[in-house]
Design a protein around this ligand. Structure first.
Ligand code: C5P
Length: 282
C-alpha cells in the first residue's frame, strides 16, 4: 500500500459580493469577502497507476473539477496525471457553497504534499475555476478580487461567528446567474470594502456582518429562481434577514451567538426551510 493523504475541503460563504465589471473574456470581475464554514467534504489521495476519481455522489455532466485539478497540477509539475482521489461529499452541489472548487483545492494541496512539488498552488488553482484560488490559499477569511485569482488573507474574527445556512431544494448554475446579471445590479461594493476593513482590523461583529452582507448577484438569482424571493419573504416576516452566498441559491442569516443561531434555525425550519446552524471560519 502506498502512502495516502487526507484533506478537508470546507464549504465557503461569500459574506459580501460585488460584481465590479464585465471582462473581455466574458467573465466578471468581483470583489468579495470569502469565509470558510464548518461543513466540509472529505478528500483522500493516494498514488496510483492511472487517474481515478471516486465520489459518494453523482456530480452529473461536465468536467469533474477534482480530475481537472490532478491534470493541471501534473502539467505544472511535469508529472503524469496519475492519482487515486476519493471524495466523501457533505457539501450540497450547485448551491453557491463552493463544494466542487474546494474539492479541487484539496486535491491540489494533498497531491502537492504527496508528490513533494513546490509549485504556486494559488496560480495553478486559477486555471481550474474562479473559486479555487481562495480554497487553495488555505485562508479562513479573504478578500478575493479579479475573477477570483487575487486572494488577500484576512484575520479570523476574534469571537466565533455563527450563521444559519438555509439549504435550497433547487440548484442554480453559476453561468446562468451571471448571464442574468444586469449592469445596474450594483451596490454591494462599499459593503465589501467595509467588511474587509473590519476583518483586517479585527473589529468585526455579528451586527456589522449582518448590515454588510450584500450580494450583487441576488437580483439575478431571484429573477432566475423566484423561489429565492419567497424564502426571503417568509424569513423576513419572522424577523430574520437572509443574505445569499455566491450565485445562490443557498441563503444565510448572521446570528449574535450560538443560542441565537439555534433559535433562528428553529424558526426557519417551522417556516418550512431547511435551516442549520454553522460556524464561520472555524
Ligand atoms: O469559473 P467557474 O467555472 O466557476 O465559472 C462558471 C461560469 O460562471 C463561467 O463560465 C462564467 O459564465 C461565470 N462566471 C463569471 N465571472 C466569474 C465567475 C464565473 O462570469 N468571476
Amino acid at each position: 500500500m502506498g502512502r495516502s493523504v487526507r484533506a478537508l475541503a470546507p464549504a465557503k460563504l461569500n459574506l459580501a459580493l460585488a460584481v465590479v465589471g464585465r471582462r473581455p473574456d466574458g467573465y466578471h470581475d468581483l470583489r468579495s469577502v470569502f469565509a470558510t464554514l464548518d461543513l466540509a467534504d472529505d478528500v483522500r489521495l493516494a498514488r496510483h497507476t492511472r487517474l481515478e476519481v471516486r465520489n459518494t455522489v453523482d456530480i452529473g455532466p461536465g468536467e469533474d473539477l477534482a480530475a481537472r485539478a490532478v491534470r493541471t497540477l501534473a502539467a505544472a509539475a511535469g508529472r503524469e496525471a496519475h492519482a487515486f482521489v476519493r471524495i466523501r461529499k457533505r457539501i450540497p452541489l450547485a448551491a453557491g457553497l463552493g463544494g466542487g472548487s474546494s474539492d479541487a483545492a484539496a486535491v491540489l494541496r494533498g497531491l502537492a504534499a504527496l508528490w513533494g512539488t513546490e509549485v504556486d498552488l494559488v496560480r495553478v488553482a486559477a486555471e481550474i475555476g474562479s473559486d479555487v484560488p481562495f480554497f487553495a490559499s488555505g485562508a479562513p477569511v479573504a478578500l478575493v478580487e479579479g475573477r477570483g485569482e487575487v486572494v488577500r488573507p484576512l484575520a479570523r474574527p476574534r469571537e466565533p461567528l455563527h450563521v444559519v445556512v438555509v439549504r435550497p431544494t433547487l440548484r442554480l448554475k453559476t453561468a446562468d446567474v451571471y448571464a442574468e446579471h444586469r449592469a445596474d445590479d450594483r451596490g454591494a461594493l462599499a459593503h465589501v470594502d467595509a467588511l474587509a476593513a473590519a476583518f483586517a482590523t479585527g473589529a468585526v461583529t455579528p451586527e456589522f456582518v449582518r448590515v454588510h452582507a450584500a450580494n450583487d448577484l441576488l437580483a439575478a438569482a431571484m429573477r432566475r429562481s423566484p423561489a429565492i424571493a419567497s424564502w426571503r419573504e417568509a424569513a423576513a416576516a419572522r424577523g430574520i434577514a437572509l443574505a445569499m452566498t455566491g450565485s445562490g441559491p443557498t441563503l444565510f442569516a448572521v446570528a449574535d451567538d450560538r443560542a441565537d443561531a439555534l433559535r433562528m434555525a428553529r424558526i426557519l425550519r417551522r417556516a418550512g426551510l431547511r435551516a442549520r446552524p454553522h460556524l464561520v471560519a472555524p
